[in-house]
Design a protein around this ligand. Structure first.
Ligand code: ATP
Ligand code: MG
Length: 260
């Protein structure tokens, strides 16, 4: 089997929909029969709890992989209720890892090395913390492509240049094959003029780098994690599910185009 495609969902701004996108896109890809490994690289562990895994039940997590060098396959948990999705969970143990990683050899490449030889998946999705620290750098080094969620709000574009600068630095030094898969606009509220203005501005600035699919603001999307379920199971026929299925479709087309 060829190496899976590794995609990192990244934006150092907090609360823009990284985890919501990582979890629901994984579920939408799994639903289509693809095998997905979702790696929670955020000490907050939102992707972990959002899939119904309690950190108190875990013996090991991504911390043991990136800091202690435990094989990733030993830490991966298949999510029985979500077709095709396996999770590498995170716990608060990861919170101190920025400092620990700084002291370790190959500190920027530890996740990439951990993913070497992981070949039973079609896609690996990495959910990152809201910072540009070493955990996020590990994700950028491990990935072939970057998926940036942007919230449809006034300051959406602020900080984006910092992220693209980090992307260029990583590309120049540690991961020449890193590319931008696309920008997905999230939390779109059709009732506000601002949301539509942000969409127009992002399309003007980023043209086809912006996905056609826009993720609407939906109460169901915000409720789903408290039930430990992706939207495709919590509300399979709602707007949120439709949006993440459309994003999965578009993402697959882009990945095929890159591979061709
Ligand atoms: P952090 O930077 O803290 O990791 P994040 O970028 O991962 O945050 P999320 O956790 O996905 O962002 O989303 C932030 C909050 O907004 C969460 O409470 C989530 O449930 C909610 N949310 C995300 N997307 C939507 C949406 N489309 N509609 C409604 N609520 C949403
Ligand atoms: Mg998050």
């Amino acid at each position: 089997m060829p190496r899976p495609k590794v995609i990192t969902v990244c934006n150092q701004k907090g609360g823009v929909g990284k985890t919501t996108t990582a979890v629901n896109l994984s579920a939408a890809l799994g639903e289509r029969g693809l095998k997905v490994l979702l790696v929670d690289c955020d000490p907050q562990g939102n992707a972990t709890s959002g899939l119904g895994i309690r950190s108190s039940d875990l013996v090991s997590s991504i911390y043991d992989v990136v800091v202690l060098g435990q094989p990733l396959a030993e830490v991966a948990v298949p999510i029985e209720s979500v077709k095709g999705v396996t999770l590498v969970p995170s716990t608060l143990a990861l919170a101190g890892s920025e400092l620990e990683l700084a002291e370790l050899p190959l500190r920027e490449s530890r996740l990439r090395l951990a993913l070497d030889g992981i070949d039973e998946y079609d896609y690996v999705l990495l959910d990152t913390p809201p910072s540009l620290g070493l955990l996020t750098v590990n994700c950028l080094v491990a990935a072939e492509s970057l998926l940036i969620p942007l919230q449809c709000e006034y300051y959406a574009l602020e900080g984006l240049s910092q992220l693209t600068q980090t992307q260029s630095l990583v590309k120049q030094s540690l991961n020449p094959s890193l590319s931008l898969l696309g920008i997905v606009m999230t939390l779109f509220d059709p009732r506000t003029i601002l949301s539509s203005q942000v969409v127009s501005e992002v399309r003007r600035q980023f043209a086809e780098d912006a996905f056609n699919t826009v993720i609407p603001r939906s109460v169901r999307l915000s409720e789903a994690p408290s039930h430990g379920l992706p939207i495709t199971i919590y509300d399979p026929s709602g707007r949120g599910s439709a949006a993440y299925r459309a994003l999965a479709e578009e993402m697959l087309l882009r990945c095929e185009r890159v591979a061709a």
